[in-house]
Ligand binder design. Structure first.
Ligand code: AMP
Length: 116
């Protein structure tokens, strides 16, 4: 069950502030409050989705396009394309997801540690 009181839902509703980078009709990006890389942004759909699976099953094509566009546009605005970056979505308990609203971390601005 989606929890309407999660922190990203509050950011999307404008109830708490964020350092916004980009938004379109269905998605929003902003800087992570606790960065783990020199550049650390988050991209979220504005709709109420917990993870990739419910997003894939329930989101409209427009929402899906908007989310991918927001990821791409955020990467462009942060000038990460030429130097490289990493996109991560932590899903569920084993994935270490702390905020139960679908989000993609965009990490860059420095050489990132290997995942292996
Ligand atoms: P995850 O562990 O994948 O669920 O990541 C949640 C992320 O949300 C963490 O990197 C937090 O630092 C970040 N975060 C939590 N609260 C805020 C906030 N108010 N504004 C921006 N980022 C936040």
């Amino acid at each position: 069950m989606y929890n309407h009181d999660n922190i990203f839902a509050k950011i999307i509703r404008g109830e708490i502030p964020c350092q916004m980078i980009y938004q379109n009709d269905h998605a929003l990006s902003f800087f992570d409050i606790n960065p783990i890389a020199k550049i650390h942004a988050l991209v979220v759909p504005k709709g109420e989705y917990i993870g990739i699976t419910d997003f894939l099953e329930q989101a409209t094509l427009e929402e899906k396009n908007s989310l991918l566009s927001a990821i791409s546009e955020t990467i462009r605005q942060l000038n990460l394309a030429s130097t490289g970056y990493r996109v991560i979505s932590n899903c569920g308990f084993n994935g270490g997801q702390e905020v139960s609203h679908l989000h993609f971390h965009i990490l860059g601005g420095e050489k990132l540690n290997s995942l292996k």
